[in-house]
Design a protein around this ligand. Sequence first.
Ligand SMILES: Nc1ncnc2c1ncn2[C@@H]1O[C@H](COP(=O)(O)OP(=O)(O)OP(=O)(O)O)[C@@H](O)[C@H]1O
Ligand SMILES: [Mg+2]
Length: 233
Amino acid sequence: MTAPLIEAKELVKLYQMGDETVHALAGVSFVVPRGDYCAIVGPSGSGKSTMMNILGGLDTPSGGRIVIDNADIATLTDEELATFRNRTIGFIFQSFNLLPRLSALENVELPMIYGGVLPKERKERAAALLTRVGLGERMSHRPTQLSGGQQQRVAIARALAGRPALLLADEPTGALDTQTGKDILNLFSELNREGVTIVIVTHDHEVAAATKRTIEMRDGRIVADHLNGSRAA
Ligand SMILES: Nc1ncnc2c1ncn2[C@@H]1O[C@H](COP(=O)(O)OP(=O)(O)OP(=O)(O)O)[C@@H](O)[C@H]1O
Ligand SMILES: [Mg+2]
C-alpha cells in the first residue's frame, strides 16, 4: 500500500489572547489517501482555515505532527519548506492574495518563476490555465480591474500553475455565482480524476456533496468524517 498523502496526528493550535487561550485546533487527527477529494465543513470559527494553513505549511501547529507526501513538514527548514510547497501544494486562499501590481497572467506565472519554469512555457501554461477557468479574455487585467469571482478564478489558476499533487482550497467558490461555481467544481472533479488530491473548505452543502468525503469540524475538533453518496464517485 502506498503511504497516504496527508497524515495529521493530534494537531493542536493555541492562540493566547490576553488571559484567554483559544483552542483553534484541539487535537485533530486524520489521514488523506492519495487521490482523495474531501470537503471540510463546519461553523465559522471552528478551525477550518487554521487547519488548511497548517496543511499548506503556512502556519505551524502548537502540538502534534503533520506529514505530507512523506515529509514531516515541521522538520523542514524555511527554504526546504518553500521548495516543498512550490512543488507539491497548490493553495487557494479564502482572501485571494493576488499581487495587485501584476496582471492576471503574471500572477499565474509567479509560482512558475520560483519553480524555475522558462518564460515561454510559463506564459503558455498561465494562458492555458486562465482559459481553463474562463478568463482567457482577461489575462492583462490587474486584480482591481477584475470582479471578486474573476479574482478567485485567477487564484485558482495560480494554485494549479505548479501542477500540484495536493490542491488546498479555502472557500474556493465563495465569491462565485452559481454557474461559475459549478464550472469550478467540474474543473476540480476533472483534476481529481487526473490524480490530484483535493481538500476544500466550504460552507456550501452542494459543494461538499460534489466531493468524495466530508469532514465536519466544530470547536477545533473533527466531529464527523464520512464518505459521500455514490454521485461523488
Ligand atoms: N491569529 C489569531 N489570533 C487569535 N485567534 C485566532 C487567530 N486566527 C484564528 N483565531 C481563532 O481561531 C478560531 C478558528 O479560526 P479559523 O479562522 O480557523 O475559523 P474558520 O473555521 O476558518 O472560520 P470561517 O468559516 O469564518 O472562515 C476562531 O475562534 C478564531 O477567532
Ligand atoms: Mg476560514
